[in-house]
Design a protein around this ligand. Structure first.
Ligand code: HEC
Ligand code: HEC
Ligand code: HEC
Ligand code: HEC
Ligand code: HEC
Ligand code: HEC
Length: 281
């Protein structure tokens, strides 16, 4: 058998195996071969121990990817050249998640990568960042563990491995955080809960699907874009505007009701009063 055919059989791609259990065993054996035998030296060069490899395999087996038949080679092998990729980048996701990649590259998190510069790191930031995160490079695998592809952890915990400003740290005190703790539900955050991602990486309808807009600048510029895109799914327009233009309330991460009343709304109400009193005259 040629090497490539062997690989296909090992990874279960070309085989006619029907039994799921059997397939998993075949795949497990395949994974070890894939890293240690088919590409000799790679595992050693990457200093990956067999225990680590088993851990990764277990993480992957519980993931949405394993369920959908996306396996090691889907990301660790170049489609055209079939070359082995030890540390895949966002390019390995593009073929299946074009929208996530495109939107990621347009926001502050991804734009350096789009421009061909080195990835964004917290060391470059002017906003406060955790010391332990300073040399982390921003990519898909920074928020998602690429082997579990867990979106629950990505929604709050991952952000707080880097962000260290008052607004971010105060999130945990907000009614929004309480809702997330109570009804967040695994594996995807429940749509009645409010996470960092609800406001900064909002879900948007795209045809029949709902996709996450990974552009983390989008809802900030202009600031009140978030009102229409996010807050008004749950709050009235007045509550939302009064909250979002209150700098202290933003810093407190919306942990109390808004106290200010924007003049615009008073003007609108006055106008309405005048109009209705004219109409009754
Ligand atoms: C969804 C795409 C994807 C799938 C599926 C996937 N990987 Fe990965 N893997 C990646 C990415 C991306 C990285 C690089 C992470 C980084 O840069 O830290 C990686 C890194 C690794 C590493 C290096 C880890 C390290 O700490 O250096 C190993 C080993 C590995 N994967 C093994 C596997 C095995 C075995 C499978 C199948 C059970 C698998 N991967 C499935 C995307 C994937
Ligand atoms: C061969 C196609 C393919 C590749 C390559 C791929 N994915 Fe996926 N991914 C899927 C499918 C299919 C699903 C499950 C259905 C869905 O949610 O769209 C999925 C789901 C996901 C989810 C959601 C998981 C959940 O619990 O809902 C995340 C996050 C994800 N992928 C991230 C990545 C990242 C990051 C990469 C690149 C490192 C990648 N994927 C590469 C096909 C792929
Ligand atoms: C800043 C953190 C962050 C980065 C970086 C990131 N993601 Fe996500 N991603 C999330 C969060 C959080 C969710 C879930 C949000 C939700 O469901 O409310 C998510 C959801 C997803 C989903 C499932 C929902 C969907 O739209 O299909 C996919 C697929 C995905 N991400 C792929 C990627 C890819 C590919 C990259 C790299 C280009 C990437 N992500 C980079 C945080 C991130
Ligand atoms: C690897 C560290 C890291 C992670 C993880 C991370 N960020 Fe960031 N984020 C940054 C850095 C660095 C900046 C740029 C800050 C600066 O320039 O001062 C940034 C910028 C931002 C901005 C400002 C965007 C703008 O255009 O001004 C928002 C909002 C943001 N991040 C939200 C999030 C959210 C929400 C998550 C989790 C879903 C997250 N971040 C995860 C490092 C990270
Ligand atoms: C209910 C919506 C909401 C939630 C939840 C939320 N934010 Fe924000 N975030 C905002 C608003 C509004 C701003 C202020 C925008 C402005 O000042 O122009 C902001 C600003 C930011 C900024 C600063 C951007 C800049 O350039 O100054 C970062 C970073 C950020 N948020 C990260 C997070 C993180 C991390 C979490 C979760 C721990 C989170 N946010 C939760 C709405 C939210
Ligand atoms: C998925 C629904 C949802 C979204 C989206 C949402 N919220 Fe909330 N918010 C709630 C719920 C539920 C509460 C707690 C009950 C209440 O006080 O109304 C709450 C509470 C608040 C509070 C505190 C009110 C109080 O009485 O203590 C403020 C302020 C707030 N939200 C502002 C915002 C802003 C601003 C946005 C958009 C950036 C937003 N919310 C997005 C559901 C949401």
């Amino acid at each position: 058998m040629k090497r490539r055919q062997q690989l296909k059989v090992i990874l279960g791609q070309g085989s006619q195996v029907r039994s799921y259990q059997y397939r998993l065993t075949v795949i497990s054996v395949g994974i070890l071969f894939f890293f240690c035998w088919v590409f000799p030296g790679v595992a050693l060069a990457e200093r990956v121990t067999e225990t680590q490899l088993q851990q990764i395999e277990q993480q992957w087996q519980g993931s949405a990817h394993a369920l959908a038949g996306v396996n090691c080679s889907s990301c660790h092998q170049n489609d055209q050249t079939k070359a082995f990729i030890a540390k895949p980048t966002h390019e390995s996701c593009t073929s299946c998640h074009e929208n996530s990649v495109d939107t990621f590259l347009l926001g502050k998190h991804g734009v350096r990568t789009l421009e061909g510069l080195s990835p964004l790191t917290p060391a470059m930031a002017h906003l406060p960042m955790k010391d332990s995160s300073l040399d982390q490079q921003m990519n898909c695998n920074t928020c998602h563990n690429v082997h579990t592809v867990n979106t629950y952890e990505a929604s709050v915990d991952s952000c707080l491995t880097c962000h260290n400003d008052n607004h971010s740290l105060n999130y945990k005190n907000s009614p929004h955080a309480q809702i997330f703790r109570e009804i967040g539900t695994l594996p995807r955050p429940n749509s009645d809960s409010v996470t960092c991602a609800t406001c900064h990486l909002p879900r948007e309808a795209a045809g029949d699907a709902v996709l996450v807009n990974h552009n983390n600048t989008y809802t900030l510029k202009p600031r009140d874009r978030m009102v229409k895109e996010v807050c008004m799914n749950c709050h009235g327009v007045e509550h939302a505007y009064n909250s979002i233009f209150d700098d202290e309330l933003v810093e407190a991460n919306f942990a109390r009701p808004p106290t200010q009343e924007l003049q615009t709304f008073e003007l609108v109400r006055d106008l309405e009063k005048k109009r209705s009193s004219k109409a009754t005259q």
